[in-house]
Design a protein. Structure first.
Lengths: 323, 296
């Protein structure tokens, strides 16, 4: 596991304007070395941020560091240690994945023999086997996305920036890609920043979520902390739900009535609350139908946040693309 | 564990990290330049891509071979075509080569959006342009210098006066350098603005043929109006005539356009300035172009 303590990326009051348009405004954020999900609608400033991080665009004000290197002055060094997977199409159709990757590895500064060796390895890791000798033009979208991911990994970077890697994939392909991204962090030990406009898929794999909207930082939270903090269980009993709730409230737990008569939700501050529920049900001698941990969605967290309109927009975009 | 290994179990050795050297910008630019040079001849590309360049190279090399045979057999005292005139006589073939190869060098990366991948690597934006220009210019120089060299070797075999031949060969090589730079500049600029390869090929060959025709017509009209000097200058709308002008003015070789020999020092200055302007201008245009297209 990579060290979580040192931030892979750190920005301080980062601002970038294009004439009258402000793409990034006073962005101060630290991204740790796990999987960081960067969420924002199109035009939120994600790609401007990536350009600055790669040292390709100078910020108007503020500073940004990647792996401790200054983006303004150490661009070349950063690009040696960082891999980038663009959102757009970027593969020439008439060459094979192997040829293309060897070339891109050399363009990252690897000697030719190392480039060949690592090409074979990297393609295997992203799940491309025999087809790697065929021209890319004949590949499916999923295979192309894997080649795009492979070119970002082939030079063994310390950090990869993945721009919308699940774009255009079907649900199964999406799951595979997300699994692969998780492995990059856990098995390969490479820090990952992955962007998406879909909060739902990022919450599954990200250790940390950063939300920006219109160039302004909305939220930067560790997902682990967020989940334990507000975990909720749904309880259904056969009878006397109100009395069970009263007992729990008396014991200090927070219980809220549910949709139907015999269900209610209990906030699980710590594991003892579960014991309380069992105890209360046993004391009142009612049947316990279920205790269900409600799958905690980060989306819900943002819905209850201080700026509900932005969260709704994120959720809507999620529903639309799932539908 | 050891037993398993001897039993021939394939282990997933996991993701291997690389601690070896990272060769940096100089190596990357050199690699890109070499790749562009090789690509111009179809090396490292499918067999189909090798046909056109090598047919053209064959045509370029055939006349010198025949000339060499003729001199050796007949005992002529001079080359049938001078080193500097050679390019004008095979102008169309040279134009076809640059028209075919310049789009090959740049259109793939432009059309398929590969530029962001280069830009996210440890090289600078302009490095890509210089590497492509360098590789293409070197390839052009190679196909121009090869027939010159063949002529030179043939002349020596035929025991023509060595001193004259060395001088002529040197002039021929100098012209090859200038012509390679000028044609590369024009070819790459047009190719960089026509990402579809076929369109690029057509655009370059059309441009070169049309300006050549216009140059010829202008010269013809002005000569018939007894304004030979202006006609000679205006004929330089054709890049081949720019190079001819330079050769005529500085090397005092026989010109294809007779009036060029009367222009003297001024003419040399004008044609040289023109050549420098074409090369410098096309590099500037390419750099500006790639500042736009290479956006991540």
């Amino acid at each position: 596991m990579p060290a979580i303590e040192t931030p892979a990326i750190e920005t301080k009051a980062l601002t970038r304007t294009f004439g009258p348009v402000t793409a990034l405004s006073q962005l101060s954020v630290e991204m740790p070395s796990g999987v960081v999900g960067l969420v924002g609608a199109n035009g939120a400033g994600k790609s401007t941020l990536i350009k600055i991080l790669l040292g390709l665009l100078a910020p108007t004000r503020g500073t940004a560091t990647v792996l401790g290197l200054d983006c303004l002055t150490d661009g070349l060094k950063i690009r040696e240690l960082v891999g980038y997977m663009p959102e757009s199409e970027c593969l020439p159709p008439e060459v094979s994945a192997t040829e293309f990757l060897v070339h891109m590895a050399r363009m990252s500064g690897l000697p030719t023999d190392v480039a060949r060796e690592r090409t074979a390895d990297t393609l295997r890791h992203v799940g491309l086997y025999e087809e790697r000798y065929r021209p890319i033009g004949g590949y499916s979208t999923g295979m192309k996305q894997r080649v795009k991911l492979a070119q970002a990994l082939v030079h063994d970077p310390k950090l990869v920036l993945l721009d919308e890697p699940t774009n255009g994939l079907d649900p199964a392909g999406r799951d595979e890609m997300l699994g692969l991204i998780q492995r990059i962090s856990t098995d390969f030990g490479i820090a990952v920043v992955v962007t998406s406009h879909l909060l739902g898929e990022l919450e599954r794999i990200a250790d940390h979520i950063v939300v920006i909207e219109a160039g302004v930082l909305q939220r930067s939270t560790s997902t682990a902390a967020a989940t334990t903090m507000s975990s909720v269980v749904l309880v259904e009993v056969t009878d006397r739900a109100a009395e069970v709730m009263a007992l729990l409230t008396a014991a200090g737990a927070k219980a809220v009535a549910g949709d139907s008569e015999q269900t209610f939700a209990v906030e699980v501050g710590d594991e003892r609350v579960l014991d309380e529920i069992r105890g209360a049900v046993a004391d009142l001698d009612v049947g316990l139908v279920r205790i269900q941990r409600r799958r905690h969605h980060l989306a819900e967290m943002f819905q209850s946040a201080e700026r509900p309109q932005s969260a709704e927009r994120l959720q809507t975009s999620e529903e639309v693309s799932h539908g | 564990m050891a037993e398993q290994e001897t039993a021939g179990v394939i282990h997933d050795i996991g993701f291997r990290h690389y601690d070896g050297p990272r060769l940096g910008r100089g190596w990357i630019v050199r690699s890109l330049l070499v790749e562009t040079f090789r690509g111009a001849f179809g090396f490292g590309r499918p067999a189909k891509a090798k046909v056109m360049p090598w047919v053209l190279i064959g045509i370029l090399l055939a006349p010198p071979l025949i000339f060499v045979l003729i001199i050796v057999l007949t005992g002529m005292k001079d080359l049938p075509v001078s080193y500097t005139q050679y390019f004008s006589s095979l102008q169309l073939i040279i134009s076809l080569f640059i028209a075919g190869r310049a789009p090959y060098a740049v259109s793939r990366d432009l059309r398929h959006g590969v530029m962001p991948l280069y830009l996210s690597r440890p090289l600078k934006r302009d490095d890509y342009v210089f590497a492509k220009f360098g590789g293409m210019a070197l390839a052009m120089f190679a196909i121009l210098a090869a027939p010159e060299t063949l002529l030179f070797v043939g002349a020596l075999l035929a025991k023509l006066p060595v001193g004259d031949q060395i001088a002529g060969y040197a002039q021929g090589l100098a012209m090859s350098v200038i012509l390679a730079l000028v044609l590369t500049g024009i070819g790459l600029v047009i190719a960089a603005f026509t990402p579809r390869r076929g369109l690029g090929v057509a655009a370059i060959i059309t441009t070169l043929v049309v300006v050549s025709a216009i140059g010829g017509i202008l010269w013809g009209i002005l000569t018939s109006m007894d304004n030979d000097a202006l006609g000679a200058y205006l004929s330089a709308i054709d890049p081949y005539n720019v190079v001819n002008g330079i050769a005529t003015s500085w090397f005092s070789v026989e010109p294809n356009i007779s009036a060029m020999s009367t222009l003297g020092f001024t003419g040399g200055l004008v044609f040289t300035t023109l050549a420098v302007a074409i090369v410098w201008g096309s590099v500037a245009i390419l750099l500006a172009r790639y500042r736009k297209v290479g956006v991540v």
